[in-house]
Ligand binder design. Structure first.
Ligand code: FAD
Length: 316
C-alpha cells in the first residue's frame, strides 16, 4: 500500500522507521534482530537506505596501491522484498541519482514493481567521500527532481524507449526536505523553490532531515504551505546515542543542537549518559509532534533500534 494511503486512513500519528542494509558479508538476521523489537508498535512502512560505491585502496603484490570501487552496504531491494515477506509491512526503498544511468534506474523500478513494492523515496544522494561535489552519472540525473520526473513518466506509462502500450507503474514517490536548509542550497528560499519543483514533478509526500528543535520543523511546514507545497510532511527524528554523535551529527547532517540539548550533552561523560539524554529528548520531541497531529513520526535507527523502542514505548 502507498505511504499516502496509510496517512489518509490513519486516525492518529503513524510510526515508521528507517534502517541501513548491513555491511557486506553480514547476514539479514542482523536486520531482523533490529526490527523485531519495533514491530509491536505496528509501523506502517519501513524505509531502507541506499548506499552507493566508495573508493578504497588495496595494496597489490608489487606494493602499489590499487583504487577499487566497492559498495559496502548493498542489498536495499532484497531487504525490502524480504521484509514484505516476513512482516507483511510496506517498505520504501531509497532510490538515488548517484551512480545510476537512467536505464539502470528504469530497470531498478521494474524490479521493484515486480516485487510488489509500492513506494520509493527519490533522492539525489550525497557526493562520494572522495569527491568534493556531487557528480552525476554521465547518463544519469543531476537532481532528485529529474529522478522524480522519470518515476512519474513511468507511472504514466512512458519508458525510455518510446514504445506504445507499456504498462504504467504505480509508485508513490517521496522526497527529502530540510528544515534547516540543504547544505548546498544558497538560501532557504531557493531550497524551498526546488522542493516545490519536486512536488510539482510528482512527489506525494516529504520526509525531513533529522532536526532536534521542533520549532524548526513547524516553521518549515509553515514556509512550505506558504510556498504552495501541500503534501504531507513527515518529521524525521534521530536520538543522539554516543559521545561521538555530539560532533558527528551536526557536522555530517548540517543540523544544529538547540541550546537546552547541548547543555545536557555537555554534562555527559559516557555513551550511556548520552543515550539517556537522547531518549529523553526524543520522547519530548515526539510528544510535542504527536500533539501537533503530524501525519507520522519517522525514526532514523541507523542500525540501532533500542533507543527508538524506548521512545516508541512512551508515544505509540
Ligand atoms: P535535491 O533535491 O536534488 O537537492 C540537492 C541540492 O540541489 C539542494 O541544495 C537543492 O536546493 C539544490 N537543487 C535542487 N534542484 C536544483 C536545480 N534544479 N537547480 C539548482 N539547484 C537545485 N542519501 C543516500 O545516499 N542514500 C539514502 O538512502 C539517503 N536517504 C535519505 C533520506 C532522507 C529522509 C534524507 C533527508 C536524506 C537522505 N539522503 C540519502 C541524503 C541525500 O541524498 C542528500 O541530502 C543529498 O545531498 C540531497 O538529496 P536530495 O534528494 O534532497 O537532492
Amino acid at each position: 500500500m502507498k505511504v499516502t494511503q496509510h496517512i489518509k486512513e490513519a486516525k492518529d500519528t503513524l510510526f515508521s522507521f528507517e534502517i541501513l542494509p548491513p555491511l557486506k558479508g553480514k547476514s539479514i538476521q542482523s536486520i531482523y534482530d533490529g526490527i523485531d523489537p519495533l514491530m509491536e508498535f505496528k509501523p506502517k512502512f519501513v524505509n531502507v537506505t541506499y548506499h552507493r560505491e566508495e573508493f578504497i585502496y588495496k595494496e597489490r603484490d608489487n606494493g602499489l596501491l590499487e583504487k577499487i570501487a566497492t559498495r559496502k552496504r548493498p542489498g536495499t531491494v532484497g531487504i525490502c522484498a524480504a521484509l514484505i515477506n516476513k512482516y507483511e509491512v510496506d517498505t520504501v526503498p531509497h532510490l538515488i541519482c548517484g551512480g545510476f544511468s537512467k536505464e539502470e534506474t528504469e530497470n531498478a523500478l521494474i524490479d521493484l514493481q515486480f516485487l510488489g513494492i509500492d513506494n520509493v523515496l527519490a533522492l539525489r544522494g550525497d557526493p562520494i567521500k572522495t569527491e568534493p561535489t556531487f557528480r552525476p552519472h554521465k547518463d544519469g540525473h543531476k537532481f532528485a527532481v529529474d529522478l522524480i520526473n522519470q518515476v512519474t513518466d513511468m507511472n504514466d506509462g512512458k519508458y525510455m524507449l518510446d514504445d506504445v502500450d507499456l504498462e504504467p507503474t504505480a509508485f508513490c514517490i517521496g522526497a527529502a526536505g530540510y528544515p534547516e536548509k540543504h547544505f548546498e542550497a544558497m538560501n532557504k528560499q531557493t531550497d524551498l523553490k526546488y522542493l516545490k519543483d519536486k512536488v510539482d514533478a510528482g512527489a506525494e509526500y516529504i520526509v525531513t532531515q533529522m532536526f532536534f528543535d521542533n520549532q524548526k520543523y513547524f516553521d518549515f511546514v509553515e514556509s512550505c504551505r506558504k510556498a504552495g507545497i501541500d503534501v504531507p510532511i513527515i518529521p524525521g527524528l534521530k536520538p543522539v546515542k554516543t559521545l561521538n554523535h555530539i560532533s558527528f551529527l551536526p557536522k555530517f547532517f548540517h543540523i544544529d543542537f538547540p541550546e537546552a540539548l547541548s547543555k545536557e550533552l555537555l554534562k555527559c561523560k559516557t555513551n550511556e549518559d548520552v543515550e539517556k539524554v537522547g531518549i529523553e529528548w526524543g520522547i519530548q520531541q515526539s510528544k510535542e509532534l504527536k500533539a501537533a497531529k503530524v501525519p507520522c513520526i519517522h525514526y532514523y535507527t541507523m542500525s540501532n533500534s533500542s533507543q527508538v523502542k524506548s521512545i516508541a514505548k512512551e508515544i505509540f
